[in-house]
Design a protein around this ligand. Structure first.
Ligand code: MG
Length: 308
């Protein structure tokens, strides 16, 4: 029997949300296996076939930093960039933007930090210097008609600094919007957030005059909190959720196999709530199981484990 959750809607929730699939980029970047370009292209096309409407394809960072994604140009040539509504590519700097434009990319993402220490460690910049680095990337991208997503990492805790103040996160997010970002993804990079904390951070953005339609949330399941946090965000009006097929990508700053919220686990919850995602759960689980075979380990998602 094909198993799906019994649909029991709750009042006050949206009828439709967008899942922003990060498996091909964030997921594979944090797996040890280095896959051939044709496998990555097939992964992306299978995700499109499963109904994902926003799929982050790859990252145009220098190949030395992320060898798993060193084939970015070849992958972009092998993928139909019109296959899903949004097929963004992560871009670290102006050189990356040049490469994205040459490859015909229509949406980019930049990756900023809410904390000083992570800005230093990840970008070799201070908090202020990161905005100066992003400013020409965002303004040129917007002038070329590209949409720009801003990632803000360490919004709920930092492995070196510990707690991160809500005001600091809101102020960093406003700086990224000020540069011209069209969407901001709030990252719980180390997976430590809990529902009250999510409510406090989103409340900070609401108090600053931002609308929930401008925000996305990027939760990690390192401490088992990702779905509770996602439900909290749905109830507060967020409609864009980052997730990774099969839970690909361990937690980069913790000794844990469980990092990114698994797309199929999120889809199970959303469909049970009667919220449309456009995703065919069965085809998604097939894709996650297929990819797990390619990287040589079992999917960490609960739904894929239960259904395969
Ligand atoms: Mg992630």
């Amino acid at each position: 029997m094909k198993r799906t959750p019994q649909v029991v809607p709750q009042a006050g929730l949206p009828s439709r949300v967008t899942i922003y699939e990060v498996g091909p980029r964030d997921g594979l970047q944090n797996e040890q296996a280095i896959l051939p370009v044709d496998v990555k292209a097939e992964f992306i096309h299978r995700l499109v076939g499963a109904g994902l409407e926003a799929i982050e394809v790859t990252s145009l960072v220098h190949p030395r930093w992320v060898p798993q994604l060193a084939d970015a140009e070849d992958l972009l040539a092998a993928v139909d960039l019109g296959a899903a509504a949004r097929m963004p590519v992560l871009v670290p700097n102006e050189r990356g933007l040049d490469r994205a434009l040459a490859a015909g990319v229509r949406e980019i993402a930049i990756f900023g930090s809410a904390t000083q220490t992570f800005a230093r460690r990840n970008l070799n910049r201070s908090l202020d210097e990161q905005y100066a680095m992003f400013a020409p990337v965002v303004s040129r991208a917007r002038a070329e008609g590209l949409a720009v997503r801003g990632y803000l990492s360490m919004c709920f805790g930092d492995p070196w600094e510990g707690d991160v103040a809500v005001d600091q996160v809101v102020s960093a997010g406003r700086r990224l919007f000020g540069l011209g970002c069209s969407e901001l993804s709030l990252g719980d990079t180390i997976g430590v957030a809990t529902p009250g904390h999510v409510e406090a951070v989103l409340g900070g953005f609401i108090a600053a005059g931002l609308t929930m339609s401008q925000l996305a949330v990027h939760f990690h399941d390192t401490y088992g909190q990702a779905l509770s946090n996602a439900l909290t965000a749905i109830r507060l009006g967020v409609t864009t959720f980052d997730a990774s097929a099969g839970g690909l990508g361990g937690c980069p700053y913790a000794e844990s196999a469980t990092g990114n919220l698994a797309t199929e686990d999120l889809v199970w919850q959303l469909h049970g709530l009667g919220i449309d995602t456009g995703v065919d759960l069965e085809r998604l689980v097939e894709t996650s199981a297929w990819m797990a075979g390619k990287i040589g380990k079992a999917p960490v998602s609960r739904v894929a484990t239960a259904l395969t």
